[in-house]
Ligand binder design. Sequence first.
Ligand code: PLP
Length: 375
Amino acid sequence: MPLPTAKDKLLFTPGPLTTSLDVKQAMLHDAGSWHHEFNAKVAGIRNALLGVAGVSRDAGWECVLLQGSGTFGVEAVFLTGVPPSGKVAILSNGAYGERMVLMLQHARIPHVVLRTPEDVPNDPRALDELLALDPDITHVAAVHCETTTGILNPIAELGAVARRHRKTYVVDAMSSFGAYPIDLEACGIDYIISSANKCIEGVPGFSFILCRRAVLLATEGWARSLSMNLLDQLRGFEKNGQFRYTPPTHALLAFERALAELAMEGGPAGRARRYQENHAALIQGMASLGLPPYLRPEVQSHIITSFAYPVSPAFQWPDFYARVAEKGFLLYPGKISKADTFRIGNIGRLFPSDMRAVVHAIREALTEMGVPLPG
Ligand SMILES: *Cc1c(COP(=O)(O)O)cnc(C)c1O
């Protein structure tokens, strides 16, 4: 193990992310999960998340926190929110869309999948046609930033279609919430899911679901799971301010601090500016190494970027990864099925200078390996 004083490697990943020292230090406490001081923090976090999303209880919105990683939050929405007679249309262009398909298979919930290639956004017209043809569909589910590639999907256009057909609309905004201003009303969203360790810059331990209260209350009696029943979870918070089962107390303390830092940065719009600057510094630096992004700029998010492997027999991903890691920077493997890529995230407590530093480390690693560079 590194000494406690050793500097952590910087994480250029889709989460968990590099967090601030204050976020880490907020965890140096043992909180009683039943005690009123802690309950007040949980209530404050739920209120603050509604604020980050620009919605309110008065306008009919609710925030439910759920133990577990982001996947648990998405699965809980399906296990709670789809009626016994329900059917879900999933838009998929990557691993997280496919993970929703797996969830529905496991829950034996009827579903239909609208796929586009991994470098092509979801198609609202195809959704319109499908919903016109299949009246059994009750829910539409999409992924905002498909972290597989870093592609951004048209959640507003999809939502307009879902709303016109009166379907419940579920958005996995795991890697984009907090980093893109999302207008829940304008997008026609009913449930949106994210987690503690992505763009709010907290540590792993729980997911959160923002939803229309009336939509969640209407799910009475549908839940296919005890621990992942979001309606009961909401009732738990309303009854005594507590999670129903042991909460990740330390992760919640860290998250409270992370939310304060998000507010200081100017909310999602302010955070978006820093991430855009990070992304621009990354793209510029990688271009100088002859490595352009895999996606077209029009569909590329400012969250995470896929790069094709350099075309050289001297390039081996494990060796490259290890060399860059030794220099203090953790990259992320690629996940695209039809191309050899690796990914570089630019979210978390990272700044343009960190992006320039990782590009410098990549340049050194490629040079050591004998991979030819331009110029
Ligand atoms: C990170 C992520 C998830 C959830 O992943 P966990 O490992 O369960 O936290 C889901 N969807 C998207 C788009 C993600 O980026």
